[in-house]
Ligand binder design. Structure first.
Ligand SMILES: [Zn+2]
Length: 275
C-alpha cells in the first residue's frame, strides 16, 4: 500500500497538471469506486481544481471556488495518473476526470477487488471524513511523539501503523523507521527512554524524507526499501540476514542484530494458538 512518501510524491507530481485546465467531463466511475452520489460527479464539470493536497494516505482535490472536494483513497492496488492528451489510455479506468485541453486524471486498480475509493464532498463533509486521523507523521517531533507513545500501551510497530494515532505510516515504512531507530518492532511504546523517543522521532523524519526523495525520482520498491520485503538479505548496517515475524495480520521485517539484541522474535499468532 502506498504510504506517506509515495502519496506525497504523487501529490507533488499531480498538483500543477490537475489545476491547469477546468474539468470538462467527470467520470465515468466504477460503481464500487465512487462512494458518494450527492452531489453528482457532473457537479465538477466546468470547475477548475485548485491543486492536489494530501492528508495521511489520501489525496484531496479541492475546487478553486471552494465548494467541492474530490477525495481519493487508493488502498493497496489503486494507481492515480495524469495522462496528457494523446497518451495511451487504460481500457476500463475505475475513475476518470477529463480536462479541457485533453489531459486526464485516471484511477486504475489491478485485481478483481475494487477497494480504492473516490468521494465527492463539501469541504465540511471532507473534513468530517478525515477527522479520525492522527497528526501527520512527517515533522511530528520528539515532544509530540513522546506524548503519543506515553498515552498508548501498544507495541511500536502496531502503534506507528495506526492511522488514528499517527497518520501516513504503514507496514513498509514502519519496518524502515524502526530499523533506522534500532528499536524492536515489539518494544512497548511506553517503555522508551527519552533518548529513544528522540531517536525514533528523528528516524520517522529521515526515513519518510528519504522515501519521498527516492519516489520523486521514480525509484521502485526494491531500491527504496532496505528492510521491508528483504528476508534473508544482509542488513545494510551490520550484514546480519533480515528476519521476518508475523504479528496480528501483518508480516514484520527486522534486523535481529540492530533491533532486538540478537533475539529472534516469535510469531505471535502461532504462540497464541498453542497457548
Ligand atoms: Zn543490522
Amino acid at each position: 500500500m502506498p504510504e506517506l512518501p509515495e502519496m506525497e510524491a504523487w501529490r507533488r507530481a499531480l498538483n500543477d497538471p490537475v489545476s491547469a485546465f477546468p474539468i470538462e467531463q467527470a467520470g465515468p466511475a466504477h460503481i464500487a469506486t465512487l462512494k458518494t452520489f450527492d452531489p453528482p460527479l457532473s457537479a465538477l464539470e466546468g470547475r477548475r481544481l485548485a491543486g492536489a493536497e494530501r492528508r495521511a494516505k489520501r489525496l484531496l482535490f479541492p475546487t478553486e471556488d471552494g465548494e467541492l472536494v474530490l477525495l481519493v483513497h487508493l488502498m493497496s492496488a489503486g494507481r492515480l495518473r495524469y495522462l496528457r492528451a494523446g497518451d495511451k489510455e487504460p481500457k476500463t479506468p475505475a475513475f476518470r476526470l477529463r480536462f479541457e485541453g485533453g489531459g486526464q486524471l485516471v484511477l486504475t486498480e489491478g485485481g478483481p477487488k475494487k477497494r480504492a475509493g473516490v468521494w465527492l464532498l463539501s469541504p465540511e463533509a471532507a473534513a468530517a471524513e478525515l477527522e479520525h486521523l492522527g497528526p501527520e507523521a512527517l515533522g511530528l517531533g520528539p515532544e509530540r511523539l513522546g506524548e503519543i507513545l506515553a498515552s498508548e500501551p501498544r507495541r511500536l510497530h502496531s502503534l506507528l501503523r495506526d492511522q488514528r494515532i499517527v497518520a501516513g505510516i504503514g507496514r513498509a515504512w514502519a519496518n524502515e523507521i524502526l530499523h533506522t531507530a534500532g528499536l524492536s518492532p515489539f518494544a512497548p511504546a511506553r517503555g522508551l527512554t527519552p533518548g529513544q523517543v528522540r531517536t525514533l522521532a528523528g528516524s520517522i523524519d529521515s526515513e519518510l524524507e528519504r522515501g519521498l526523495e527516492l519516489r520523486e525520482r521514480g525509484a521502485k520498491d526494491a531500491q527504496v526499501y532496505r528492510v521491508h520485503n528483504k528476508l534473508g538479505e544482509p542488513c545494510h548496517v551490520c550484514g546480519t540476514p533480515i528476519a521476518r515475524v508475523d504479528f496480528e495480520e501483518h508480516t514484520i521485517y527486522y534486523c535481529p542484530d540492530c533491533q532486538t539484541g540478537g533475539r529472534v522474535l516469535k510469531d505471535r499468532r502461532l504462540s497464541r494458538l498453542l497457548r
